[in-house]
Structures are given as C-alpha cells and as structure tokens.
Design a protein around this ligand. Structure first.
Ligand code: SF4
Ligand code: SF4
Length: 231
C-alpha cells in the first residue's frame, strides 16, 4: 500500500466515529464537577489478572519459600527474589527458607500469570486491580512489604491504587488455570491450602465435564490439597 492509499484509509476512517471507549473508572463528574455516583468501574471477569499479592497461611506464616521458580519462569524478567534461611527463633515461613527479598517491576510485567502457575506453595497470585499508576520508575517496582497481604490476609491498599469496596475479594486462588499438581481438571476437589483472610476455599467449578475425568494419579495429592494446612 502506497502513501496515498494509506491516507485514503485514514480519511475514510475519520468519518466512522470513535471506536475506542473511555474508561473513567468512576472518575466521571457532572457538568458542575460533582462526582457521578452512577459512574462506577465496570465489573471485571472473575479471572482478570491485576497486580500481585504474596499470600500467607491462616496462621499468618508467609507462603513464599524463596525458591525463585516464579522469577525463573517470568518471560518479562520482572521478578527479583532472594531466599534466605528462616531464623529458628522467628521463622517467617514453614520450612527452611523464606523470601527475603521479593520485587516485581510493573513496567515490565505482562500479567501472564506464569509466576502463579509455577509457584509450588500458592504464595504469589494476582488480584484484579489494574487501576494504579506511578510518577517515577522506582515506584513501579513493588517490594515485598507492599506485595505481602496485611494482617487480615487482604491486599494492602497503597495510596496510588484505586481500590473500591469489595474489590479485595477473591484476589487469589481463582487465578490459576490448573490445580497445584498441574491438573487442568480438578472439579469438586479443593485445590488450595488455607489462607489468611479467606481460609480454605471451596473447589472451583467448571474445570472439567465431570469429576471422573480427573486422572487417577491424584490419590496422594488429596492429602495435602484437602488439608488446608501447610505443605
Ligand atoms: S504475571 Fe507474567 S510477566 Fe508478570 S511477574 Fe508473573 S510471570 Fe512475570
Ligand atoms: S512466590 Fe512462589 S515461586 Fe516465587 S519464590 Fe516464592 S515460593 Fe518460590
């Protein structure tokens, strides 16, 4: 296509009106500048991928064991993890190691969720929040202190994030495409261990036509997946 034909397409499209939709996310105002109570965020799909959280067990222990699998699988190379031995007098996670440093660079993250899939302990999951922005590059790198869920097991509401009531529900667990054992079919099976703020979740439905289609090799998996406790 030459230049003239290209300009022709541009001019033809000019008359077709705007095709992009404005996403105001509740920031709409009336002509007098009063916030519009009816202009709320559009509902998001149940599996929408937003900014991450680092989860904790029901007793408050951190789920991350600093294994770095998430960093290794990340196609955007935006996770930086350093593990360290748990201090015997004040262990942060069950087991030997914990995530000493954990950072995600949101200027790179493409929200593919491969880190969530790779994590052996369900430590990293994604919320649905994508309404956040930064004024400098350093602020785009979330630290462990910011990613770790609070004492109620809920995502921290950071000042530059636009959370609305109820948006912190179902921020994890539902984000995975497969069960922890890698099965795509886990209908009627609890696939997650218990979690601070949410406890043990009911099995996610819709993963298979029937429970019978789940492979037999899972007999041993039920011990840990149904327990709701530490792995
Ligand atoms: S969602 Fe994808 S790009 Fe983002 S941190 Fe996880 S693996 Fe990396
Ligand atoms: S978030 Fe999961 S995969 Fe990443 S270092 Fe922690 S335990 Fe390992």
């Amino acid at each position: 296509m030459g230049y003239l034909e290209g300009f022709g397409v541009t001019f033809r499209k000019w008359g077709e009106g705007v095709t992009t939709r404005e996403y105001r996310a509740g920031r709409g105002t009336s002509s007098k500048g009063v916030p519009d109570p009816n202009d709320q965020k559009a509902p998001k799909p149940e599996r929408a991928h937003g900014r991450h959280v680092l989860n904790r067990y029901e007793d408050g222990m951190e789920k991350c064991i600093g294994c770095e699998l998430c960093a290794g699988v990340c196609p955007a190379k935006c996770i930086y993890v350093r593990g360290a031995d748990n201090p015997p007098e004040d262990p942060r996670s069950p087991g030997e190691r914990f995530g000493f440093i954990y950072e995600i660079n949101y200027l790179r993250c493409i929200h593919c969720d491969l880190c969530v899939e790779a994590c052996p302990t369900e430590a990293i999951t994604e919320t649905k929040l994508f309404e956040f922005s930064f004024e400098n590059r350093a602020d785009a790198i979330y630290t462990k202190d910011e990613l770790l869920v609070d004492d109620d097991g809920m995502p921290q509401k950071l000042p530059w994030e636009d959370w609305r009531p109820g948006e912190d529900q179902n921020t994890s667990g539902w984000m995975r495409a497969t069960a922890p054992a890698g099965r795509a079919a886990y209908e009627n099976r609890v696939g997650w261990s218990g979690e601070l703020g949410y406890g043990v979740r009911a099995p996610e439905l819709g993963q298979a036509d029937s429970a019978d289609s789940a492979p037999e090799e899972d007999a041993n998996d039920d011990d840990h997946s149904d327990s709701g406790g530490h792995h």
